[in-house]
Structure formats: C-alpha cells, structure tokens
Design a protein around this ligand. Sequence first.
Ligand code: ZN
Length: 434
Amino acid sequence: MIPLVEERLNKKIKIKNKSRSDFSFRMKVQEERLQELLSYATQKVPKFLNLEKENSVNPRILLNEISTVDKEQIIDSYEDYVSDDINNINENDCYVTNTSGSTGTPFSSIHNIESYYEGLANLMFILDEYNITEHPRILRIAGRINGFSDKTEETLPFFSLGLIGINGSLGKFETSVLNQIIDFKPNIISGHGSEILLLYKIFEKNQLLHKLKGIKLLICGGESLTSQTRNYIKNAYKSKVVDTYGMQEIGDIAVQCSSIEDHYHIYEESVIIELIDEDGNLINEKNNQSGEFVVTGLINKYMPFMRYKTGDTGLISSKCPCGYKGETIKLLEGRKMNPVVLKDGDLLNTYVLKRDLEDINVVCFQLKQSIPGEIDINIVINEEKNKVDIFKYREKLNLELGCKLDIRLNFCNIEDLIGSNGKIKSFLCNVETS
Ligand SMILES: [Zn+2]
C-alpha cells in the first residue's frame, strides 16, 4: 500500500477512536465536518449553489435551510447533486455504488475515497470493541461474486479478506468453494444476516459444519436483522453478533449497542440524523416519538446527501441505557429478507433476483412469495426495450431453476406497488423456513 494512503487511514482511525469515546470531541468533529461539507457544496454542487451563505457561521442553521429530499427526487435531477469537480477527479479518488434499497428503485451514487476509509475506520472500531485480538480474517458475503476470491493482498495490513457470493439455489453451491472457505480459516463473517444464515445452511447440507470453527464475530448489515435470524446465527456459529445500520448512498449510520440489542449508537462524527413526521415536519422533541430518519452524510463531498429521506422509521434518543453518551436510534421497521422457497424445499437467495433486476435498470421492482415454488415478480419499466431484457432474465432463471420455481412476471404501474402505508416494499417473501 502507498504510505500516503496508510497515513491518511491511520489519521482517520485515530479520529474515529477518539470520537467514539469522547462525546465533546465527537460533536466538535461533527460541526467541523458539516462546515467543510457545506462550504464545498455551496461552491461546487449545483443544487446547493444558491444557499444563503450569510448563515455559514452556524452550519446547523444553514443545513436547516436545505429541504429534505428522497431518492426519486435526486434521480429526477441527478446532475444537480453531483460536484462540478467530478470530471477532473482522479479515478482512484472516487468510486460508485449501486443499490435499490428497500423500495426496489435502482440507484447509483458517487463517493469520495474518504468515504471508503471512513467505512474501514468503522470496521476497525467494531473489531476493537469486540476484542478481536488475533489477526482478523474476514469472510465477506458480497454478492455478484462467483466462487471464492482471496483479496488479502489488496487489503491493508490490518486484516485478511475473502469474498464469496451466494448466487443461486443452495443445493447448487459448489463444495469446492466451501473447502476454500475452510482453508481461509475466517474468524469473522460479514454480510446480510439472511445470507450469513444461508451460508450456515449450505455448510450443514454438505455435512461440513465440523470444519468451520473459530468464528468469533458476525457483522451484519444492509437489511433489518430480525431477532429470529440474530438468535439463529448466534447459536449456529456459536459467535457474537453485531448489527450495523447504514445505506449504500451514505455509508455507515449507526452500530448496534453491544449490550442493549435494539439500540444503535449513531456515528455522529460521520452523519447527522433528524426525524420527520408523516407530513415531513421536523420532530424536535425526539425522545419517544417515532418518525422517518433523515440523514446528512458528512464525509462524501462529490455527491453530498444532505437531509436525505431514508424511508426507514424509528426513534431517536439522546442516550443509551448502557451508559453511552450520545444519540442512539431504535429501528421500527425495515427490510426483512426471507429466502425464496423452491418446490423441492431448496432455498434461493433472494438477493440473486434483486441484483439481476438492478442490472436491467428497471424503474422499480417487487418480489412476492406466499406459496413455496411460486413467485410474483412485479416490475415497473419506463422503456419498452427493458421488456426484452426482462424476458431474457426470466429465461435465465428458468434455465437455472428448472421446474423448481413458477415465475409470474407482471408489468405494473408504480401506484400498483404502493402499500397501505403509502410506501413500496420490494421484498414480500413470506414463506417461513425451518
Ligand atoms: Zn448502548
């Protein structure tokens, strides 16, 4: 690794560790970063050029002048949210992520490299908090990955990294990949809780569980971790479990308290969370009032997400029962991921269907299963040409899954997918698995 990169990361880790333990330092970092972000955005990002700069002495007042925004609004005027610097940036200084979140609308966002370091610093903080004293060997279930790939050489000296994807039905998972995982000797597994559970089931099915030993910590994120899944994986792997709350667009937002399960400590040095009611009004008296989280990411300048509506609901409290000083959130409702159940009882990772639909770039999708072996894929498209891709997609699924899953493709309007609470839920797979 280039020494300069390591130096920058070490500096970030230092700030992270001090922020996490020292409340007043954390607040100071938050204010400085907000100030810096606003002064950049008001000069370089079209959407924010006209903000009233006289208020810049108090960044929180300036931030409050920005209207809340959701993903669809950003998609509608995408270029307004991207920095004018974007064409002159060295490609090593930025990266792009794709997601469709819980609403099923595909979306890509541009990040500065600092955001990546911030994520690493958060990871190092978690490892420290869970007393991972031996060299961390992290197996990450990453999606879109075929087979096993050892990325240790490309990572930092702090840990080893192995990547796998669960890209089909469990019955078809290759045993050779399981052996590569065993040889890698992971002591940490990270990924969606539902996929960590599926990996366990694959090992169980192949009678190789006795060879998967020494898992110390499971780091979950990217979906709502139900207590059912949490308890299952905790007992199955005989490991500690920590959940994280974040969004691809923003990065990490909060980390689960290590002693009170449903409280999450906010990374206040890297995000600001506000709460709004159903009419979009700010809830000032936050304790014990639920609302939608609105987040401002403080690290990414190239595409700033300021007062961004997350679509997630919950509560914010000013402290945690564990004694931690700082704001914590309690999530009320989020994305629950059950696998798709095939006719023969085999399971299919729901994320496989999701990733392919994101690649086709549909406007919105919804996966619905209530009977084993049958699924409804509801799709909203805006271009006729997408239809061809979607038929190809069904053909590919039919080829892979044979007669184990009846797929009903339904082309719909966006209004057809809105639930009783006014929101779209893209994952409605409700067949219970044992
Ligand atoms: Zn706590």
